[in-house]
Design a protein around this ligand. Sequence first.
Ligand code: MGD
Ligand code: MGD
Ligand code: MO
Length: 767
Amino acid sequence: MKLPHSPLGPLSRAPEDDIDESEVAVGGEAHAAAGATAVAVAMKRAVEQMGPLRTARTLLRLNQTDGFDCQGCAWPDPEHRHTAEFCENGAKAVTEEATLRRVTPAFFAEHSLADLEGRTEYWLGQQGRITEPMVRRAGGTHYEPIGWDDAFALMATALQGLDSPDEAVFYTSGKTSNEAAFVYQLFARAYGTNNLPDCSNMCHESTSVALAETIGIGKGSVSLTDVETAELIVVAGQNPGTNHPRMLSALEKAKRGGAKIISINPLREAGLVNFRNPQKVRGWVGQGTDLADLHLPVRLNGDLALFQGIAAHLVAHDAIDRTFVEQHTQGVEAWLAHVAEVDWAELERASGLTRAQIEEAAELLRASSATVFCWAMGITQHRNAVATIKEIVNVALLQGNIGKPGAGLCPVRGHSNVQGDRTMGIWEKSPPEFLDALQAEFGFDPPREHGLDTVDAVRALRDGRARFFLGMGGNFTAAVSDTEVTERAMRNADLTVHVSTKLNRSHVVTGREALILPALGRSERDRTGGTTQRVTVEDSMSAVHASHGPLAPASAHLRSEVDIVCSLALATLGDRHAIPWAEFRDDYTAIRDRIARVVPGCESYDERSRQPGGFVLPHPPRDSRTFETGSGRAVFSVSPLEVLEVPEGRLLLQTLRSHDQFNTTIYGLDDRYRGVKGGRRVVFVHPDDLRHLGLEEGARVDIVSEADDCSERTAYDFRVVGYDQPLGCAAAYYPETNPLVPLEATATHSNTPTSKSVVVRLMPRRA
Ligand SMILES: Nc1nc2c(c(=O)[nH]1)N[C@H]1C(S)=C(S)[C@@H](COP(=O)(O)OP(=O)(O)OC[C@H]3O[C@@H](n4cnc5c(=O)[nH]c(N)nc54)[C@H](O)[C@@H]3O)O[C@H]1N2
Ligand SMILES: Nc1nc2c(c(=O)[nH]1)N[C@H]1C(S)=C(S)[C@@H](COP(=O)(O)OP(=O)(O)OC[C@H]3O[C@@H](n4cnc5c(=O)[nH]c(N)nc54)[C@H](O)[C@@H]3O)O[C@H]1N2
Ligand SMILES: [Mo]
């Protein structure tokens, strides 16, 4: 049976018929991550979707110097690579792309838009690779095939017909190569807009803002060697066992060298507790390594308080690198005065930790002369995220833990090339120097006003101020907050276009007209212009290297992202700016030559990216303790503590990833490490909170969020799972819970949706 069409879409509705969640089972959390099970799970999926030969061909080339970069996370590659230099979830990411399943024009003829609208992300993604460009004409009930030239002409006409270039939105997800990203931002600016929102806006934007203001560059300051040789590693708000599994190998190596690890997380995530390295015999059998020496079960959003407490303890015990602070920083007096006045009762209330727990962590910091601070979405997706990251920076600066071996700031990025895209100018707020360089190189005057970020892009589409949307990869509609509002906004557009590999929700919630443009993936041979092209990417530690895929493309109709951007630019702009789009398209070296002249630190780009292992971009604080802030010094910042108050009977909900998904791409319905099997609509709550709320384990509830402006939003039909975490907290999977996050709920200064702190109540469903 198919569900009737609903304007709200499946995300905000009850589960679909295409997934039967009546069998969802819970219990038996894993206490160790990776190990032999991880290898077995990855191999099973790979062989099912690719067959044994293709599995061997792809997985053995993954992350090798002569191979292709993993489509999974942005964790860097070690210098000495194993033959199998990938993790369970990297293998799943490759399988997802290299699958032999296909979505052809016949599929679209069979499935109407109304039909596809009733499907889950999981079902959509599992159908396979899209093989041909498709169009949904105004009023059409189905997508139909369209030729590439007609698709470009349709887009060009739409773009030429806008009242202002600022009515167009050019979104980027984080898999786009540096070459494609460079021509994409060049096209948007030559066309006349800085509307270049990207997935960073929902991800590490809080990091970029906080680090740019405090250390003068919005990127992390460590190398892989620093992590491996640290004395202490703090892992805050991150679940590496699932999202950056290869990071566990680095943590393990550090531990064997004597390092200590502090995990700061409301959940006791497998992997930090115990890790079995599948790349070592030791990991296949036996006990594995206990990674975290100290686990601090912080209350959601309690990290600012925690780091202020740590700071207070360090200052009280004079654990200060005075030489560093005097020579390289500013603002320490005001900050010391602030820290001297912390109210411990308030810190305990905000963090959910005792003073003794906080001081235990601080003592580990005090004893360490080289500390690395890692963090991810548990820190960046809160209202006070920028303040929290600045507090982490304060603590690092206090002990001089930046620009020395084994120490530094390590924001762990998400998408494999999200950092590279930003380096290439995918940024709605690119600094004037970058725009000046574009102007000098290409002879046109790029727009100077800031463009729209993701949340502002939704507002503009909703209000009719934007009418054209192009997504370079990604799944904008499902990834952004406030699903119902976002879906309405997308339907408001004249034309929505998605350059994609797999089907997703964004293809189904369309503007008046819509295009799907199928692109080559990273595992595939790129023969654009008749020669074998390679691309380049940058990892989370600023290392740039080349990538080229070994596989024959999923279909002869696929085009590379570079080709798609350059062809669109030719159709839209012709020779308006004398930018050689056709030359760029036919030879990516010509793009790299321009990157070398425009992007700071990319001199001799083509040559250096050809070297095995690539090269590392400059990072002044890391390289020479140079801080390119206004004053030339790193900045201590004072952030007043706010306690997030949750009314009686309500919970603070975080929306997070299961072990079986990549963002909105759902690989499967199990979360092995958290003991969930066969379903995703679950909400984790402490057993005591369940009792207090009068809910039984396994009860079915609707989750209702309560926004600051008193508006309410509902996500329907979740099963309650008792799960250890601080009282008053809850967790459920994204993207199913995105309908609950209000569009207006964003982090101060970074505008990142507050996906990790949503005030909710659980409403029992009537049987
Ligand atoms: N397999 C796989 N790999 C991925 C992804 C994927 O979906 N699947 N996504 C990629 C992307 S784009 C990204 S950004 C990264 C995401 O990587 P993570 O940031 O690890 O992803 P999340 O699942 O959002 O996990 C957030 C973690 O922070 C904790 N947390 C939540 N709130 C708080 C808090 O207030 N304080 C503290 N201290 N902890 C908190 C949660 O319990 C959880 O462990 O992974 C990348 N890699
Ligand atoms: N509630 C909540 N919301 C969140 C988050 C959260 O933790 N909680 N996390 C946020 C974060 S950190 C991020 S990064 C965003 C992610 O937001 P996005 O990056 O927009 O989403 P993805 O799910 O990674 O995009 C998946 C789609 O990308 C396409 N794709 C995959 N590979 C390629 C390729 O090589 N080329 C092209 N052209 N397309 C490709 C496929 O069609 C696939 O369906 O979501 C954010 N949203
Ligand atoms: Mo991300």
